[in-house]
Write a protein that binds this ligand. Structure first.
Ligand code: UDP
Ligand code: MG
Length: 171
């Protein structure tokens, strides 16, 4: 099996339930490395792009509100893992999409629930396959946010404003 990368999101329900530690522990293995990690407030644009394959589903609007944190907290934790067979192994640890059908020891089986509105609040996202993983890693992370660039990069000159700490202004 080849070394591959995959995107993991601890969804807003995972954050309010303090499950980041459990999830990172469960994903820990000498076979895998964390290549990038950050806390993100998910914009509507990012949410809709991430879940674009589901835009015709009746639960799409609720799903977007869920991943943006409207029902919990407006944050997710995004992680990129790299390792042999990482996509499938992490999907297996996450468990089936429907938390009622997920293996009881999987993250979704253990901690997920179905809301009265019918949304699967299943705590964790994991890329489905290698192609989706590449699309998702590139959507959530800039090359410079990863410890190695993983995919081919090019240099581009940009002029833009940035926030710095006010106390660093005179340095
Ligand atoms: N989802 C849902 N109801 C469904 C199918 C999916 O609420 O019938 C939500 C659930 O949170 C899921 C996400 O939409 O994780 C993305 O769906 P997908 O089919 O891509 O499943 P996943 O890849 O997350 O297992
Ligand atoms: Mg999916």
């Amino acid at each position: 099996m080849a070394v591959e990368q995959t995107l993991v999101l601890v969804k807003p329900d995972g954050l309010v339930k303090s499950l980041t530690g459990d999830i990172i522990l469960k994903l820990s293995s000498p076979k895998r490395k964390i290549m990038g990690a950050k806390i993100v407030t998910v914009t509507k644009e990012l949410a809709e792009e991430h879940y674009k394959h589901l835009k015709d589903k009746p639960f799409f609007d609720e799903l977007i509100r869920y991943i943006m944190g409207e029902f919990h907290t407006p944050r997710i934790m995004a992680l990129v893992y790299e390792g042999k067979d990482a996509v499938k192994e992490i999907r297996d640890i996450a468990g089936s999409t429907n938390p009622e059908e997920a293996h009881p020891e999987s993250m979704r089986g253990k901690y997920g629930r179905i809301t009265t509105g019918g949304v699967f609040e299943n705590v964790i996202h994991a890329s489905e396959n290698k192609k989706e993983a590449e699309r998702e890693v590139k959507l959530w992370f800039k090359p410079t946010e990863l410890v190695s660039t993983i995919y081919p990069v090019v240099e581009r000159e940009v002029k833009k404003k940035e926030y710095i700490w006010k106390s660093d202004l005179k340095k």
